[in-house]
Design a protein around this ligand. Structure first.
Ligand code: FAD
Length: 409
């Protein structure tokens, strides 16, 4: 869509619409965690409101239900939406990873049907990639799909699927030709999360949340309309999906509306913790608080710079690994700093108070260095694809998958 409306006029219109239509965040209302089914009902309602108001899918093409506007319009809307309830939980992975991937690799029918439904708040998508045997070596996955006439019969298991219980479809990478080398015999499917033969369990984490799921596929039957891209070319689709994942997790997706990160457990406020701990005057505490805040500012600026570089063609898509890696460093540094500035209070906080909350947050400190591919894999990508260093040795390169030596056979 071409628009004659300026960003500033769009911003003013958004400001007025938000004030009239969207509920303000109530700081005293109990926080609805991502685990809570009510959160998903609410997120869909809010998305439907955005759609009805003409502010949904701002950067998605108009032919698939979006507004087809440049990122500057989305940024203006997100700034204006600060302080309002927004369907943030739909940002990652549904819009910024799954819909972004479908937009590039899906059939015309898939794009019209699923991207449109997501923008209208009728459908949510998730990712079925990692498996119990490991997530870093994604191309080595074991879930298999066997042809049965024009259908596919899927058997196997996936794990760590964020928010899958709130989703309607999962982008599921499956081995469809084990005679080919591991990257060449894969196919991407758009699998209904409630397909007969699919069993989904929630996984409870150390901090009490259960946003992750595991899925078992027992003879799940999928028709050819569920294939995304070409049969046995799933790695091409997965590579773009991983690019969108790194971009989204790094904070640079154009398809997120409102704050980029899902607020399943918003971060503790480090300045507030320092003040409440009574240690705000200690030089070391002040240094840690300053360092943590500086890391956050640098992260935002790095995201803007790298996103602009990729969009303008000055940087290759692999550069998305840089903010992705920095996101992990920043979030780990923030988690460490909250413990350091809290002092002894971190261990003795009353249930539900800020210090208790900070200690729970620390338990999932590592999430940022695994979600969206691990930090080690991000470093590999940066060294090989950005800095041009030699590729990591892979004994299985070019070997038919069914001839690769594995521990289980
Ligand atoms: C917050 C979060 C959200 C997630 N969401 C999803 C999701 O929605 N869908 C989904 O499918 N998965 C999801 N995952 C899973 C995630 O993709 C995997 O955790 C990740 O890819 C790593 O896989 P793994 O945990 O099996 O570790 P492994 O692959 O077993 O790796 C173990 C360790 O070995 C290191 N390692 C492995 N290979 C190499 C190598 N070649 N060089 C150097 N180091 C290496 C890794 O860096 C890691 O430290 C999520 C994970 C998190 C934490």
């Amino acid at each position: 869509m071409t628009t004659t409306e300026s960003v500033e006029s769009f911003r003013a219109r958004a400001r007025a619409w938000l004030a009239d239509n969207m509920p303000r965040i109530d700081p005293n209302a109990p926080h609805l965690s991502g685990d809570d089914p009510a959160h998903w009902v609410r997120a869909r309602e809010l998305q439907q409101k955005l759609y009805a108001g003409g502010f949904a899918g701002i950067c998605f093409p108009a032919e698939y239900g979006g507004l087809g506007l440049p990122h500057a319009y989305q940024q203006a809307f997100s700034e204006e939406a600060d302080g309002y309830e927004m369907p943030i939980v739909l940002n990652i992975p549904s819009f910024s990873i799954c819909c972004a991937t479908l937009l590039e690799a899906g059939s015309e029918e898939q794009k019209r049907r699923h991207i449109g439904a997501a923008i209208r708040g009728e459908e949510v998508l998730c990712q079925f990639l990692s498996e119990p045997s490991g997530g870093s070596d994604l191309a080595g996955l074991l879930t298999r799909g066997v042809r049965d006439g024009e259908n596919w019969i899927i058997n196997g298991a996936k794990v760590w699927s964020t928010f899958a219980y709130g989703a309607d479809y999962g982008l599921c990478l499956v081995r469809t030709d084990p005679d080919k080398p591991k990257h060449e015999g894969l196919t991407m499917f758009l699998m209904p999360t409630r397909a007969p033969g699919l069993t989904m369990n929630r996984i409870r984490m150390a901090d009490g949340t259960d946003e992750f799921c595991e899925e078992f596929f027992d003879n799940v039957v999928l028709g050819p309309e569920h294939v995304v891209g070409q049969v046995n070319d799933g790695w091409t689709v997965a590579s773009r999906q991983l690019y969108h994942e790194r971009t989204a997790v790094g904070g640079g997706s154009i398809f997120t509306s409102g704050y980029a990160q899902p607020p399943t457990r918003p971060r503790p406020d480090i300045l507030d913790l320092a003040r409440r701990s009574g240690r705000g005057d200690e030089p070391e505490v002040r240094r840690r608080v300053g360092e943590a805040i500086a890391m956050t500012v640098v992260h935002r600026q790095l995201v803007d710079r790298v996103s602009a570089g990729i969009a303008g063609g000055h940087l290759p898509p692999a550069a998305a690994s840089v903010p992705r890696l920095f996101h992990a460093e920043e979030s780990e540094s923030h988690a460490d700093a909250t413990v350091q500035v809290s002092g002894a209070a971190i261990g003795v906080g009353a249930e539900g108070d800020e210090f208790d909350y900070a200690s729970l947050h620390f338990l999932c400190r590592q999430a940022g260095s695994l979600g969206g591919g691990s930090s080690e894999m991000a470093r590999n990508l940066i060294s090989e694809r950005l800095l041009g260093m030699p590729r990591e040795h892979a004994a299985d390169r070019g070997v038919p998958f069914n001839q690769i030596k594995r521990g289980d056979r």
